[in-house]
Design a protein around this ligand. Structure first.
Ligand code: RIB
Length: 318
């Protein structure tokens, strides 16, 4: 088994997380019980998840030149992530997410993109796995997805409509139910308990026969679909501290395993367990689990399912 690398193109945010009894309604003022300043951003979270699953991980993104940017880079480096592709931009703030979490773990998120909106000139990836989300400009991602030879994974989060321009260039598209509904122009997402309906709906996002769409379903696990095929993986039941970053954890862990040559069918349960473990810690990046914790729960190492490198790109997706 030889892993190549996971290349993450995405956002890097400082997360300001406030704990509340209940989320404010429009016009309401609520008093916070606690506040924390933690590393986050969908790109950074996915990079940490991939690195903690053991992938050689490269981050491409942008931060501001101030203390927040330096701190975020130091946190990524502490997880062994190569940040050579992260620009430090003068005169702009690092992206910031203002997150409110209530007593049952529900949250509201407001993202101020800052430097993330300035990501430019990203280069295509020739091998391994490319993973991106939609908190950075689609215009920067489009040439990367169109020209990369790597396995291309897009997490369609948030559901920025321009992101649909990338769909024809992805090998795996990962969305949650709400993002799926938004991209398809539906008023609401299908119910979690009808996998046949979710599968048929998800197929509406396929642009090529060889593509896979994965719908993350929270407590109901994840559903992967292709034309004429589907696989539902149940979630590990947990009592979450918060669900911030759980979807990012799923994406980063899945990317790391596919990069090793683990098949999609075998990688999905590991990514689902990793996402459940992520909900047991506060915040996003700090809550990403180490590989050993995931393998302990599943009871066997993921490497048992790795493919030889020569069969990798086609077989890991089938
Ligand atoms: O997916 C969770 C992330 O979304 C948070 O870390 C926050 O920064 C927002 O980007």
């Amino acid at each position: 088994m030889t892993a190549l690398a996971v290349h993450i193109f995405g956002s890097i945010n400082l997360d300001i997380i406030t704990s509340l009894e209940h989320l404010p309604r429009p016009g309401e003022t609520v008093m916070a019980m606690a506040t924390a300043r933690l590393p986050g951003g969908k790109g950074a979270n996915q990079a940490v998840a991939a690195a903690r699953m053991g992938a050689e991980t490269y981050m491409v993104g942008a931060v501001g030149e101030g203390d927040s940017g330096s701190w975020m880079l130091s946190r990524l480096k502490a997880d062994g992530i190569d940040v050579g592709g992260v620009a430090m931009l003068p005169g702009v703030d690092t992206g910031t997410a203002y997150i409110a979490v209530d007593s049952v773990g529900e949250n509201q998120v407001i993202v101020v993109p800052g430097a993330n909106a300035r990501l430019r000139d990203a280069r295509p990836v020739s091998e391994g796995v490319l993973l991106a989300q939609l908190e950075v400009p689609v215009s920067a991602l489009l040439p990367v997805f169109a020209k990369s030879k790597a396995v291309r994974i897009l997490n369609g989060a948030p559901a920025v409509q321009e992101g649909r321009a990338l769909f024809e260039h992805v090998d795996i598209l990962i969305v949650n139910q709400h993002e799926m509904a938004a991209f398809l122009g539906l008023e609401s997402a299908p119910d979690n308990d009808d996998m046949a309906v979710i599968a048929e709906t998800a197929r509406g996002l396929l642009r090529r026969e060889d593509q896979t769409v994965i719908v993350t379903l929270g407590a109901a696990g994840a559903l992967a679909v292709r034309t004429g095929w589907q696989l539902h993986v149940p979630a590990l039941p947990v009592i979450p501290v918060d669900t911030i970053g759980a979807g990012d954890c799923f994406c980063g862990a899945l990317a790391a395993l596919l990069d090793e040559g683990v098949s999609l069918e075998e990688a999905l349960p590991y990514a689902t367990v990793a996402a459940a473990l992520c909900t047991l810690g506060q915040g996003a990046a700090p809550a990403m689990p180490m590989r050993e914790a995931v393998e302990d729960l599943i009871g066997r190492p993921a490497t048992e399912h790795a493919l030889p490198i020569k069969n990798r790109s086609a077989a890991s997706l089938s």
